[in-house]
Design a protein around this ligand. Structure first.
Ligand code: EPZ
Length: 418
């Protein structure tokens, strides 16, 4: 199993470009099923989850080529409507394929996506919404089998603004007769990006980024559909958290600052100097960070749960105590014990974590507990005063394209060891 070796203490300096957003690419790759033609997706980094999605598309009979950051999917040859367990387990968010498979084939079969490092990952909102659109769902032995006659659009009220459920409803509703309206839809930028792709494919989708989204049924037909995904806001935030922790001055380029303003605001409050340009954010770290107001994770545009662990790693070095409240996932504090191995002072009580800053962190052998927890370990190791080893980094590779290369380019002493 490969691992990262980090000799901490180097301040970070220079510029880094944000890659395309993982959480845009995945639903957009699923959406390529719908139009039964050629789709060209640009700005796609080399991520484990992207390869998992490509494996599912190829299993379904689609032709997929991936080179130089561009993925070409021709879904004309799709001849299957099932996803086997091994592919479902590769990536928890594979459930996003359910809506588009139903839209294209009128039936679908897949296993229940397992829980993950963040706790149980229920899909009740997805299934409840799809059944309201006319999908007959059978759940037995961990397998979900769906059949549907003509799908009928209608209003769907989401009890919580689930990102995945919003996406699945959008994708399935393209094949409904009439209009579907999603009330209390997720408003994440990746939802807007999916809408952009669907509109380019010829679908009638409006309202993404707002409270309600409306989809006028009618299978998209425009081919080829070409799209470039938006920059990754969590990757951008991760780089800034690392610089705040390790010191120095960096500029994240080709990003969309508004998409992670909730993070940069807290970094500014902790003492960092932040300059926001059109497509870039510059951060200069202070001599000593200080604690900030309570960090409560919320649906977009609130503070993103995916940035909770990287920011926590940063604030382990801030003077004073910061309270975190993780309101999105049931157990998203597994990285805390690993941070404490490096000398952090963190006390967890249920959904609350109290982080009291220490003068320094000490390098240690730690593991990536999940994707963003792994990113937090990199942030902490870069700031630590000695060497660290980070294992189980396949978690990190799910959402960061060779994270060590990005930080090495900014002056960090970080290497991957096979
Ligand atoms: C998406 O996951 C992202 N993944 C996650 O990013 C992100 O943390 C999450 O949205 C929240 O922003 C992708 O886009 C691929 P949800 P998703 O449905 O769709 C509960 C990363 O690190 N819920 O908005 O699974 C659920 O348990 C990943 O890049 C139900 O109860 O998130 C959670 O507590 C991690 N029933 C909350 O809602 C459901 O049917 C938010 O989940 C669905 C969700």
């Amino acid at each position: 199993m490969s691992r990262l070796i980090v000799n901490g203490g180097n301040p970070l300096n220079g510029s880094i470009r944000a890659n395309g957003a993982k959480n845009s690419i995945l639903p957009i790759l699923a959406a390529t099923i719908i139009n039964g033609g050629e789709n060209i997706i640009h700005n796609c980094p080399d991520l484990k989850d992207v390869h998992s999605a490509i494996a599912i598309l190829r299993h379904l009979g689609c032709r997929v080529e991936y080179s130089g950051g561009t993925i070409v999917v021709d879904s004309a040859g799709m001849d299957r409507w099932d996803i086997p367990d091994d592919l479902m387990r590769e990536m928890r968010s594979s459930v996003i394929f359910l809506g588009p498979i139903l839209a294209r084939c009128g039936k679908a079969r897949m296993t229940y996506p397992g829980g993950c490092e963040l706790g149980p990952r229920p899909i009740d909102l997805h299934l409840d919404a799809l059944s309201k659109l006319g999908v007959h769902i059978q759940e037995e032995g961990g397998e979900i089998t769906c059949e549907c006659g003509p799908l009928q659009g209608r209003q769907i009220n989401l009890s919580l603004p689930s990102v995945g459920a919003t996406e699945n409803i959008m994708l399935c509703a393209t094949a409904c007769q009439g209009t579907t309206r999603i009330v209390n839809a997720a408003r994440e930028p990746e939802i807007w990006d999916l809408q952009q792709f669907l509109q380019k494919a010829g679908a009638q989708v409006q309202g993404a980024g707002q409270h309600d989204i409306t989809i006028q049924g009618g299978v998209p037909t425009r081919q080829p559909t070409e799209h470039s995904v938006i920059p990754d806001r969590i990757e951008s935030a991760t780089y800034l958290c690392a610089c705040a922790a390790a010191g120095g001055e960096i500029c994240v380029q080709q990003t969309i600052p508004a998409h992670f303003a909730a993070v940069t605001e807290l970094l500014a409050e902790s003492g960092c100097q932040i300059q926001v340009g059109g497509q870039e954010v510059r951060l200069r770290a202070p001599g000593r960070l200080h604690s900030v107001r309570p960090v409560r994770t919320m649906p977009y545009p609130g503070f993103p749960t995916d940035a909770q662990s990287p920011l926590m790693a940063t604030l382990c070095l801030a003077q004073g105590t910061t309270m975190f409240s993780e309101n999105i996932f049931e157990s998203r504090y597994r990285h805390c014990a690993e941070l404490c191995r490096m000398g952090a002072d963190i006390r967890v009580e249920g959904r609350v974590a109290l982080v009291t800053g220490v003068d320094h962190l000490t390098g240690a052998s730690v593991k990536a507990t999940d994707l963003r927890g792994g990113a937090a370990m990199v942030v902490a190791a870069l700031a630590a005063q000695s060497a660290s080893e980070i294992t189980q980094i396949d978690h990190i590779d799910r959402g960061y394209d060779h994270i060590e290369r990005a930080f090495a380019a900014l002056g960090a002493d970080i290497k991957r060891q096979a």
